[in-house]
Design a protein around this ligand. Structure first.
Ligand code: G6P
Length: 609
């Protein structure tokens, strides 16, 4: 997702805005730009590449001056990665300058209209169309021009606009793309994420869809795009700087892998009652009855969240005995889905902003489903759309490759499954036993993390191999998918994850001498079957890396390398078996010399379909 940072106040804002922009770098982008206004003149500098490239370019031009300005990181959608397509964009008449996250869907017809009026475009973007449209409608009042333009627009936007004729004013607006306004003392920071605000002020409010804010150093005014005044709720930002800084770690992904035990304790805290043998989920309280009566549960998400959702599918079906299915939001939404009575849709998402997941959720709601959220970012779009929900509480996740959010999602889905099971048929004793096991997971995770150096050594052995398989069964089939995704997304090694039994139906043809096959072979109902699958790969020359249960000596006779995880009930095992796979992906990316936290072509949060 693109990043937005804008400032108005009394300080020279170039450097402070760039600092904020760096905090958003993790979201993924391919170009960056800045504009400030000084003596009523807007100065724009933009470039493809990193914020560091923008800093170099600024240095060569002597920087930009001004106490009002905006900057942006762009992740290309309309138009290639070029300097002219980078933001900010300006209009050709009224001195308008604009940055934008999202997509203007009707940009083509608006562009034709504006070209007929004589406007000349310099880029291929939908954003420039919006800048021109605001310029076209500008009649001495920037706020009114922005409102009028947005009434003509379909699509998604988080925008910040300034105008040379109003040198102390920023106007920002939102529909479907998050935007927050940090309220300081005589200064305001507008950003797409609180982490770019927190260094300046901890007071902030979020814009709602179709809301517009006009900000000057003296204050702000919020309204709708139809100019109906609204009063925002200024709140305390719940982020502290330590959470979004690296500390002693080299990368955010590494920090977040190692943070998992602590994060998980946070996820579980206050949600289990061992004495009563029950799960306490405050966020679903008023819908408890409806949830318990569910006949079908549809879990939806994308990427890592979908893998967690698939484990949720197994958990809910196995423990709560409710028919459940996990599906990509992007597929579910467009398949004309059947939503029968007593269907619950569960949207699983770290950011709470993934466009496909959000769209699937809305589709299911419109067809009558009860909507539950399993989300990390408090107050995000998905969290707001759901009827009820359980937050992950794992803290901000910055690494593009999701790690602690995954284990947090699985933990929350385990709680949800146990909550439902207990209300349906599970005894207090059985539930108390599971809680006891669940509460030991963070300590057991710590033991796996101690094996980090060995994971690196093993990864090094296979680092020149370009094709890997990840295989698992049952609860650990989704773990295999997640292991493959982790490896490919940051090390760019081709990896496929699949159910171990499926391998025989085609992928086995790929196995040649030395191909690494990672088996999740912990003890469980299908252990023997996984062992047979290992034999099948081994006899064809594949190299076996196994994730196995501590004490399993037999596996050593089959596998080339083994990572041990402590014993847990099978349904809790993915939270442990995934950890060596995360570490392996991390080390593979480093060994291949890649930027772990900023993998190519990737974005932390994908807010376009
Ligand atoms: C992007 C991220 C992935 C993430 C997926 C879903 O592709 O890079 O790491 O799993 O979106 O994101 P969400 O925020 O909905 O969990």
């Amino acid at each position: 997702m693109c990043g937005i940072v804008a400032y108005v106040g009394s300080k020279q804002c170039q450097d402070l805005m760039l600092e904020g922009l760096k905090r958003l770098e993790y979201r993924g982008y391919d170009s960056a730009g800045i504009a400030t206004m000084h003596n009523g003149k807007i100065n724009v500098v933009k470039t493809i590449g990193r914020v560091a490239n923008l800093e170099d370019k600024l240095e060569t031009v002597g920087g930009v001056r001004g106490t009002i300005g905006m900057c942006h990181t762009r992740w290309a959608t309309h138009g290639g990665v070029t300097d002219p397509n980078a933001h900010p964009h300006t209009d050709d008449r009224a001195g308008i300058c604009l940055i934008h996250n999202g997509i203007i869907e009707n940009y083509a017809s608006l562009k034709t209209y504006l070209q007929e009026k004589g406007h000349v475009f310099k880029s291929q973007t939908d954003t420039e169309v919006l800048a021109m449209l605001i310029g076209e409608l500008y009649d001495g009042d920037l706020e009114a021009a922005v409102q009028a333009a947005l009434r003509e627009v379909t699509g998604a936007y988080g925008i910040v606009v300034m105008c040379e004729k109003e040198p102390e004013t920023l106007v920002a607006a939102r529909k479907g793309s998050p935007l927050m306004v940090g309220v300081g003392n005589g200064e305001f920071v507008i950003a797409s994420d609180g982490s770019a605000i927190i260094a300046h002020t901890s007071h902030a409010f979020s814009l709602e869809d179709y809301q517009v804010v006009k900000v000057t150093p003296k204050g702000f005014r919020t309204s709708t795009i139809h100019n109906v005044p609204v009063t925002p709720k200024v709140q305390q930002l719940e982020i502290d700087l330590e959470q979004i800084e690296l500390g002693s770690f080299s990368h955010f992904m590494q920090k977040e892998i190692f943070e998992q035990p602590k994060a998980l304790r946070n996820t579980l805290r206050g949600r289990t009652d061992i004495r009563e043998g029950k799960i306490v989920l405050g966020g679903v309280g008023s819908f408890a009855k409806q949830l318990t009566m569910a006949k079908r549960i549809v879990l939806t998400g994308q990427g890592t969240a979908l893998h967690a959702a698939t484990i949720g599918e197994y958990l809910i079906e196995d423990l709560a005995r409710i028919y459940s299915v996990a599906e990509y939001g992007s597929e579910f939404r467009y398949r004309n889905p059947i939503i029968e009575e007593n269907t619950v849709v569960v949207a699983v998402s770290q950011s709470g902003e993934t466009a496909d997941t959000l769209a699937a959720l809305i589709e299911a709601k419109e067809r009558g489903a009860l909507a539950l959220g399993v989300v990390n970012v408090v107050g995000s779009s998905i969290a707001r759309e759901t009827d009820a929900g359980v937050y992950l509480r794992v803290g901000p996740e910055i690494g593009v490759a999701s790690t602690k959010a995954f284990t947090g999602q699985v933990a929350v889905l385990t709680l949800v499954a146990l909550y439902l099971a207990r209300r349906r048929h599970m005894s207090a004793d059985q539930c108390a036993d599971m809680i006891r096991e669940l509460e030991q997971v963070p300590d057991k995770m710590e033991r796996i993390l101690e094996d980090d150096a060995r994971v690196r050594t093993v990864t090094e052995k296979y680092i020149d191999r370009d094709n890997w398989l990840f295989l698992g069964r049952g609860y650990n089939y989704p773990t295999a998918l997640e292991g493959a995704l982790k490896l490919k997304e940051i090390s760019y090694i081709h990896a496929e994850g699949m159910p171990a039994a499926e391998m025989k139906h085609g992928p086995i043809a790929l196995i040649n001498d030395g191909m690494p096959a990672v088996f999740i072979a912990n003890r469980g109902r299908q252990y023997e079957k996984v062992i047979s699958n290992i034999q099948e790969v081994k006899s064809r020359g594949g190299r076996i890396i196994a994730v196995a249960t501590e004490g399993d000596e037999h596996i050593k006779t089959l596998a080339d390398d083994v990572f041990y995880v402590p014993d847990v009930p099978e349904c809790l095992s993915p939270m442990l078996t995934v950890v060596p796979l995360q570490l392996m992906a991390y080390h593979a990316a480093l060994l291949r010399g890649h930027d772990v936290d900023k993998p190519r072509n990737r974005a932390k949060s994908v807010t376009v379909e």
